[in-house]
Ligand binder design. Sequence first.
Ligand code: CMP
Length: 140
Amino acid sequence: MAIERTLSIIKPDATRRNLTGKINAKFEEAGLRIVAQKRIQLTKAQAGEFYKVHAERPFYDELCDFMASEPVVVQVLEGDGAIAKNREVMGATNPADAAPGTIRAEYAESVGENSVHGSDAPETAAVEIAYFFSGLELVG
Ligand code: CMP
């Protein structure tokens, strides 16, 4: 496996419950390195642009409202096969389907408020990282 970078978001349901450290521990225990991280408050328009691939889905408006409701922590995770590894650590989108020990099994509240986002492929990871971080902010 090659060293990859992936974009991760700790979502408002998790920042509200002060779970940033516990979630970061899961990443680090899995061998993922947090090479950039910042806590920001998204506007609904910024959330909408990030999730525009879902614009036609029935949950899009609710998703954008939720992502703008409270601060998020955006981060870049680096490691061997980081994209797939992060998705493994996160667990399935719906916490009811997430494997035991995964972030979503332990912390997610619902399919919408599911604590974390992670890029799904190298192309999306590149676009998503560039949406939040400049090259100067990535310190490997
Ligand atoms: P995420 O991995 O961030 O990518 C898109 C998000 O849309 C997903 O996690 C969920 O938070 C959200 N989502 C997916 N399906 C639904 C649904 N049925 N209802 C509400 N939100 C959803």
